[in-house]
Design a protein around this ligand. Structure first.
Ligand SMILES: [Mg+2]
Length: 302
């Protein structure tokens, strides 16, 4: 159980580290990312190195809510998201801002309406998959709950079936990794579990080819299946926490979000002890996040 706790904490801190690592390079083409990557040396949006973005802010709402209620309570999570939105954060995803704004104005079905009213060719954004992994960590010993809860979590802001598929795959893989399953089988099983859902076959392809045959730094860089695909790919290959995250961010595109998902999965593999101390020293709110991670570990092992 102690190892499982350490992997929950690794997942939570890993998400924040990946987000903060990628933030200075968000939306760059691969060629515009310096090699070797200056890790935790640059800030973003005028803020110091180690500053994380909306991915971690929304994930904190999730893991605090899970720790308090010991189950997914969408209404509580929405309330926390709205409170965060009211602080006027520097970066909020466009779908998230639009849907939460309408929920605040009294439309509880805003996420469904957004999908019903938009055109058919719009891609499915990564605004829900970016912060879902802690739900998987929380359900490490009860992963069957994720078949309902992960799509439900996505649908709070991202109703699109492909977004739900991405959240289910990432949370199932996270749960298995936190539980101690080897990385290759954990990812294979998670992909197999979603392959018949909408976007499942595309995800299966991207877990192999994201950043390789299929670049992830083009105009559709915020696609939910890119983020899930690259995160699951690096988790399956498990080249180490730091090496894996450097690889993901160096591919360009939505680097902070790709880093957040990859960081959560890699942190679930390597645990707290596998995280780079030099990065942790610079991470914004590291102490508070670590305490919150302990609370999530308590809830996960209760
Ligand atoms: Mg972000």
């Amino acid at each position: 159980m102690e190892d499982l706790r350490e992997r929950v904490v690794g997942c939570v801190l890993g998400l924040a580290l990946g987000d903060a690592l990628g933030a200075p390079f968000e939306f760059r083409r691969r060629e515009a990312i310096p090699v070797p990557l200056p890790a935790f040396e640059l800030g973003w949006s005028g803020l110091p190195p180690g500053t994380w973005t909306d991915d971690t802010a929304m994930a904190r709402n999730l893991w605090r809510s899970l720790a308090e209620h010991r189950r997914l309570v969408p209404a509580d999570l929405v309330a926390r998201h709205l409170e965060w939105l009211a602080t006027d954060p520097p970066d909020v995803g466009s779908v998230t801002r639009s849907v939460l704004g309408k929920i605040r104005e009294g439309d509880p079905d805003a996420a469904a309406r957004y999908v019903a009213e938009r055109g058919p060719e719009v891609s499915a954004g990564n605004g829900s998959v970016m912060y879902c992994a802690p739900l998987g960590a929380f359900r490490a010993t009860r992963p069957e709950s994720l078949y309902d809860e992960a799509p439900e979590l996505s649908a709070i802001t991202h109703w699109d079936e492909r977004c739900r598929t991405a959240c289910l795959a990432v949370t199932l893989a996270t749960a298995a990794l936190v539980h101690g399953t080897q990385p290759g089988p954990a990812v294979e099983d998670a992909v197999a579990a979603v392959v018949d859902r909408e976007g499942g076959e595309e995800l299966e392809y991207l877990v192999v080819e994201a950043g390789r045959a299929r670049r992830i730094d083009g105009p559709d860089m915020g696609f939910t299946l890119f983020t899930a695909g690259i995160g699951l790919q690096v988790a399956a290959e498990a080249p180490g926490f730091e090496e894996g995250l450097r690889r993901v961010v160096t591919l360009g595109g939505d680097t902070d979000t790709n880093g957040a998902v990859a960081g959560a999965l890699l942190g679930a593999i390597y645990g707290r002890a596998g995280l780079p101390p030099a990065w942790l020293r610079v991470l914004l709110d590291r102490g508070a996040i670590e305490e919150e991670a302990e609370a999530l570990a308590d809830a996960a092992t209760a």
